[in-house]
Design a binder for this molecule. Structure first.
Ligand SMILES: [Zn+2]
Length: 271
């Protein structure tokens, strides 16, 4: 399923697998001055390719290699000769061989499917991608994944944050995420003067600075509490019970790949 909206002149595509007539597990992609930022999942790739048929695309930038952000890469690259894809240096091998380099848990195969392979050129930290009217600076922001980047347009004050910032307050984390990396990457982007934030899911936000600072504070405060309890000799399970609330549906759907326990462990093991 695909929904199109416009925010500050940027076209947003909300993309999801359609199940029983409804979109599930949405991911956002953006088209801004000819630059595609992410391409959704494999299930929605045909709809996205169709929706873009009359659009000029000068390049695709992937914020990271997760399957719900690279799903239409291969199809777009096949249909448009010479279409350049840019991604973090660590993401390029995953894009080239998703099945070999990024084995998917059953819930990920079900929600987002296997992406078609695509060929990407690495984008270095600080590198600027020029479009006709805008310039996008790549910021390496590991944590959500080791190969995550954000894009910053300094004249407009626009931040494209992929899955680094999607709002909310974490009570669970995926086992392979690095919470201290996420905090440090959030601090990098929170320092930038920003007028609008375009996340990889959740809504576009104007004036995101306060919300970014609040998110960092929340995650740091939680980390401090985890480490204090850990220092007192408390078990991981008892820290989870005290700080992370009751069982979550997400934990069942992902068979524990996303869990409150992984959040607590990431704080402890990442120190
Ligand atoms: Zn992701």
């Amino acid at each position: 399923m695909l929904k199109i909206s416009t925010h500050y002149g940027v076209t947003r595509f909300d993309l999801a697998r359609t199940l029983a007539g409804r979109g599930r597990y949405w991911t956002a992609a953006y088209l801004v001055d000819g630059l595609m930022v992410d391409t959704g999942c494999a299930f929605s790739a045909p709809e996205l390719v169709d929706a873009l048929s009359d659009e000029t695309i000068i390049a695709i930038v992937n914020t990271h290699s997760h399957e719900d952000h690279i799903g239409a890469n291969g199809c777009l690259q096949r249909n448009r000769e010479g279409l350049e894809i840019r991604a973090h240096p660590l993401a390029a091998p995953v894009l080239a061989d998703p099945r070999g380099e990024q084995p998917l848990h059953p819930y990920r195969r079900f929600m987002w499917g296997w992406p078609e392979p695509s060929q990407a050129l690495p984008i270095s930290a600080g590198e600027v991608i020029m479009t006709e009217r805008l310039r996008f600076q790549a910021i390496h922001t590991p944590g959500h994944s080791p190969d995550h980047i954000c894009l910053y347009e300094p004249d407009m004050g626009w931040l494209f944050t992929g899955d680094l910032f999607v709002g909310g307050q974490e009570r669970a984390l995926r086992a392979d995420f690095d919470i201290w990396g996420i905090i440090s990457s959030l601090k990098q982007i929170a320092d930038l003067p920003a007028a609008a934030l375009f996340p990889g899911s959740a809504q576009v936000r104007g004036n995101p600075t306060t919300e970014l600072a609040a998110k960092i504070s929340y995650l740091e405060d939680l980390g401090e509490k985890v480490l204090t309890l850990h220092g007192q000799g408390r078990s991981v399970n008892s820290i989870v019970r005290e700080l992370c609330g009751g069982p979550m549906l997400l934990e069942f759907i992902t068979l524990g790949h996303f869990s409150r326990r992984s959040l607590v462990l990431s704080y402890i093991e990442g120190m």
